[in-house]
Design a protein. Structure first.
Length: 337
């Protein structure tokens, strides 16, 4: 849509003419010697999304009456863009807020208003009561993954930008919260972020076991392993790596691990291994898994760093318990099961 141009000077009432200012043609008052500028109208929007539920309002006025949108409106003279955003938030939803950060800026050609500049902020609620304003018929929180059709494409663009910026943070938050649910770990392990790295470890189990074999057969703290065939040592290391992977995926329970490592302790005792050697060998497996994880270049993004650190925490839980049950196996009577 082509907007109406300034035809008369607002100061003297003279008819304006089209005259170039530099290379740009503008309306001009010859009497006042004044150019008139037709600039995009500023529009503000707010994203308020606590617990991944996005605040939307249903429009009560044209255009797009009955459609959902972010709290949105024009900035007024004598207010900053930030002030305009928070005013619209309150007027349309009843919520007072504060600006967290800028989410998106978009240029739009509207058939109703001409050129617009949409500025969208993320906001946090500081007060107020949720209720629709005069130009809204409803206000509601929608799950971020189940949003209705929106009135403005600029709202859609801003929401996509918001989700892109939050997706890693939400994934880290979910995984962190899960790691605190110690009583539910067995049922939910497969939802950890570090499972991405676990799959890589499982695919490279032979490589990791091979490096562990070199380590365990050359250390004085595990000298008994050097008496075994390399293939046998490799197989034992691979079994532990597989056991670790199964536990991470929730395929093995705490009881499975307890039985496995207590039996390993009893078996190694019969084979003549010192308990310190077997625990040291177990520690070397953990070291080689960790070194392999670090070699995968997982330090480029915040979420990658979190994945590595989360894996380290889960390794600590697994191998500390494995060492404990190994010791119990050494201490137990051969007939105890």
């Amino acid at each position: 849509m082509k907007t109406k141009s300034q035809k008369y000077c607002p100061y003297c009432g003279s008819v304006t003419i089209l005259k170039k200012e530099g290379e740009i043609p503008r309306q001009y008052c010859s009497n006042c010697k004044t150019y008139f500028y037709e600039n995009p109208l500023p529009v503000v929007s707010c994203i308020h999304c606590p617990d991944r539920a996005l605040l939307l309002v249903k429009r009560g006025n044209k255009p797009y009456r009955g459609k959902w949108c972010l709290p949105t409106g024009f900035a007024e003279t004598n207010e900053s863009i930030g002030e305009a955003a928070l005013r619209e938030l309150f007027e349309e939803s009843g919520i007072h807020g504060k600006i967290i950060n800028l989410v998106d800026v978009d240029s739009v050609k509207s058939r109703h208003y001409g050129d617009l500049t949409f500025i969208t902020y993320e906001v946090e609620q500081t007060g107020g009561i949720l209720q629709p304003g005069d130009d809204a018929t409803d206000v509601k929180y929608f799950p971020i993954e189940k949003l209705p059709a929106l009135a403005f494409k600029s709202n859609e663009k801003a929401i996509k930008a918001f989700i892109r910026n939050k997706v890693d943070f939400w994934a880290i938050l979910d995984s962190f919260n899960l790691s605190r649910m110690e009583d539910e770990l067995e049922q939910k392990k497969k939802y950890f972020l570090s499972d991405r790295l676990t799959e890589v470890i499982e695919k490279n189990a032979d490589l990791i076991a091979g490096k562990w074999t070199e380590d365990v057969c050359s250390k004085r703290s595990t000298e008994s392993y050097a008496r075994l065939e390399k293939a046998e040592v490799l197989m034992r290391g691979r079994h532990v790596i597989e056991q670790f992977g199964h536990w991470l995926k929730g395929l093995y329970t705490e009881k499975d691990n307890r039985d496995y490592y207590m039996e390993m302790g009893r078996t190694r005792k019969k084979e003549g291994f010192k308990a310190s050697e077997v625990i040291s060998a177990l520690s070397l497996i953990r070291k080689n898994i960790w070194e392999f994880a670090l070699s995968q270049g997982m330090w480029n993004k915040t979420i990658d760093i979190y994945i590595v650190l989360e894996l380290e925490r889960r390794m600590m839980l697994f191998f500390d318990k494995a060492a404990f049950y190994l010791s119990r196996g050494y201490e137990s009577d051969d007939t105890v099961k």
